[in-house]
Design a binder for this molecule. Structure first.
Ligand code: CMC
Length: 436
C-alpha cells in the first residue's frame, strides 16, 4: 500500500482535539484511512457491524469492482480465466500470483494429482456419522480431522508446512466430498485415478462404482471445472474472513479451513445455492411460472421473511460476472443432457426477467449472483442438493489457503481481536439469594 499525499482529519463537536490520520492508496479501489492509532490517541473505537466500511487486511489476491460487476484473480478478469485456464492453473495463480508456464503447470498438476488419496483411517472416522448427516456437517469434521492425520504440515509459521498443507487440502477435498456423498448413499468409496483431470476424477469418485468403468463426459467435466474456477476466491467474504481470523491465532491450516467450511454453510453465504434450488423447487411445486408473480409479492413484503435466493450481494451492485458465465454453462450442460426444456431453468430465467424489471430490485441494485444458476447446473450433473455447498467448499479451499498464507506472510499481521460497544449492565453487586 502507498501513503497518499493527503490525510483524513477527525474532528469532534465536544471540544476534544481533532486527529489526523494517514490515508493509503491500493493499486485499485477505494483509499483507506488508517485508524490504528485512534484508540491510543482518543480512547474511542469505531463502530462498523458487518464491516461495511472496514478493510481488515491488505490483500493482493482478488479484487471485485461491485459497481462494474468485475472480478479479478491476481489482475486477470474471471471471464478470461474461465476461458483460458483449468481449475488447477487457477489454483496456481491464486497461490503464487502468476499464471504458470507449461512446465510449472505440468508440475503443479502432477503434485496435486499425487496427493489425492486420503489416509485409509479416514473412512473409519467417517463411519461415526449418521448416514443422513448433512454433508457440510461431515466435511467440517473430516477437514478438521486432517490435522490429526498429517502432523508434518500443521505449523502455520513454517512456509514448507503451509505449502504441503495447501497441496494436501486442494488435492484431498474432492476425495473427501465424494466420500461424504458415497457414505450417505451407502455405496463403496472410489479411490482417485491419477490419469484423470481434477474434475474428471471427482466425477468418477462421485458417480462411478467398482462394478463397471466410468466414462467421464467432457461437457460435464468442463462445467464442473468452471464451477470450481468461479468459486475459487472472492476476497474478504465471511468464510475467508473466518479463516483469516481463525488462522490469526496461529492454529494449523486444516483447523482454519474447517472453520471456513462451517461459516460457508450458512444460507446467506455458501448455503445460498442449496437454498436457491429449494426455492425454485417450491415455486415449481406451487404451480411454476404462473406463480412467479405471487412469489415476488412475498419477496417484496418485508414481513414475509422471504428472500429471492441467489439475488443480491454485499459487493456487487451490478450483474455478478460469475452469474453470466454460469448461465452460459447452464445452457451447455442442459443441451448436452437433452434437458433444454428443464422447467427449473425456465423458472429461474422468468424470475430473473421479472426481478430485473421490478422497481424493488432496481432501486436496491439487486442482481443475480453466482448461486442463481449454479444449482441448476449441479442438479443436472447429478449432484444432490445438499452437496452443493460442499462443492463450493471444495472450490473455495484454494482461496482460503491463499488468503491464509498471505496473512501469515504479512509483516503487519496480528491476532484478530475486534472491539465492542458495550451496552450491558455496568458493574453491580450480586444480591443475596433471598433478595433475587
Ligand atoms: N431478496 C429480497 N430482498 C433483498 C435480497 C433478496 N435476495 N437481498 C437484499 N435484499 C434487500 C434487503 O431486504 C434490503 O432491503 P431494505 O434496504 O429495504 O432493508 C436491501 O435489499 C439491501 O440488502 P442487505 O441485506 O442490506 O444487503 P447485505 O449486503 O447485507 O446482504 C446478501 C447481502 C447476499 C446477504 C443478501 O443480498 C441476501 O441475503 N441474498 C440472498 C442470499 C444469497 O443469494 N446469497 C449468496 C451471495 S453470493 C455467494 C457468496 O458469495 O456466498
Amino acid at each position: 500500500m502507498k501513503l497518499a499525499d493527503y490525510k483524513a482529519t477527525l474532528s469532534f463537536s465536544n471540544g476534544s482535539p481533532a486527529m489526523e490520520m494517514p490515508v493509503y492508496h491500493g493499486s485499485i479501489g477505494p483509499d483507506v484511512i488508517d485508524i490504528r492509532k485512534l484508540y491510543g490517541q482518543t480512547g474511542m473505537f469505531t463502530y462498523d457491524p458487518g464491516f461495511l466500511s472496514t478493510a481488515a487486511c491488505q490483500s493482493a489476491i482478488t479484487y471485485i469492482d461491485g459497481d462494474k460487476g468485475e472480478l479479478l484473480y491476481r489482475g486477470y478478469p474471471i471471464e478470461q480465466i474461465a476461458q483460458n485456464c483449468d481449475y488447477l492453473d487457477t489454483c496456481y495463480l491464486l497461490l503464487n500470483g502468476e499464471i504458470p508456464n507449461e512446465k510449472e503447470s505440468q508440475d503443479f498438476h502432477k503434485l496435486v494429482t499425487y496427493h489425492t488419496m486420503v489416509n485409509e483411517q479416514m473412512q473409519f472416522f467417517l463411519r461415526g456419522f449418521r448416514r443422513d448427516a448433512h454433508p457440510m456437517a461431515v466435511l467440517t469434521g473430516l477437514i478438521g480431522a486432517l490435522s490429526a492425520f498429517y502432523h508434518d504440515s500443521t505449523d502455520i509459521n513454517n512456509p514448507e508446512h503451509r505449502h504441503i498443507a495447501a497441496i494436501r487440502l486442494i488435492a484431498k477435498l474432492p476425495t473427501l466430498v465424494a466420500m461424504a456423498y458415497k457414505y450417505g448413499i451407502g455405496q463403496p468409496y472410489m479411490y482417485p485415478r491419477n490419469e484423470l483431470s481434477y474434475s474428471g476424477n471427482f466425477l468418477r469418485m462421485m458417480f462411478g462404482t467398482p462394478c463397471e468403468d466410468y466414462k467421464v463426459s467432457p461437457v460435464l467435466e468442463r462445467a464442473l471445472d468452471r464451477i470450481f474456477i468461479l468459486h475459487a476466491d472472492h476476497e474478504q467474504n465471511a468464510s475467508t474472513s473466518t479463516v483469516r481470523l481463525c488462522g490469526s491465532s496461529g492454529t494449523n491450516p486444516f483447523a482454519a479451513i474447517a472453520a471456513g467450511v462451517a461459516c460457508l454453510w450458512g444460507p446467506a453465504h455458501g448455503g445460498a445455492n442449496e437454498a436457491c434450488l429449494n426455492m425454485l423447487e417450491d415455486i415449481q411445486a406451487m404451480g411454476g411460472v404462473s406463480k412467479v408473480g405471487e412469489f415476488m409479492e412475498k419477496v417484496k413484503d418485508k414481513n414475509s421473511g422471504v428472500k429471492l435466493m441467489g439475488f443480491g450481494h454485499r459487493v456487487y451492485k451490478n450483474y455478478d460476472p460469475r452469474a453470466k458465465l454460469m448461465q452460459e454453462t447452464c445452457n451447455e450442460v442442459l443441451s448436452e443432457l437433452g434437458l433444454e426444456k428443464d422447467p427449473l431453468f425456465a423458472l429461474a430465467k422468468q424470475l430473473e426477467k421479472i426481478a430485473l424489471e421490478d422497481d424493488y430490485f432496481v432501486q436496491r441494485k439487486l442482481y443475480p449472483n453466482v448461486d442463481f444458476y449454479s444449482g441448476i447446473v449441479q442438479r443436472a450433473i447429478g449432484i444432490p442438493v445438499n452437496l452443493f455447498t460442499g462443492i463450493f467448499a471444495l472450490a473455495r479451499t484454494v482461496g482460503w489457503i491463499a488468503q491464509l498464507n498471505e496473512m501469515i506472510g504479512d509483516p503487519e499481521y496480528k491476532i484478530g481481536r475486534p472491539r465492542q460497544l458495550f451496552t450491558g449492565a455496568a458493574r453491580r453487586d450480586m444480591p443475596q439469594v433471598a433478595k433475587r
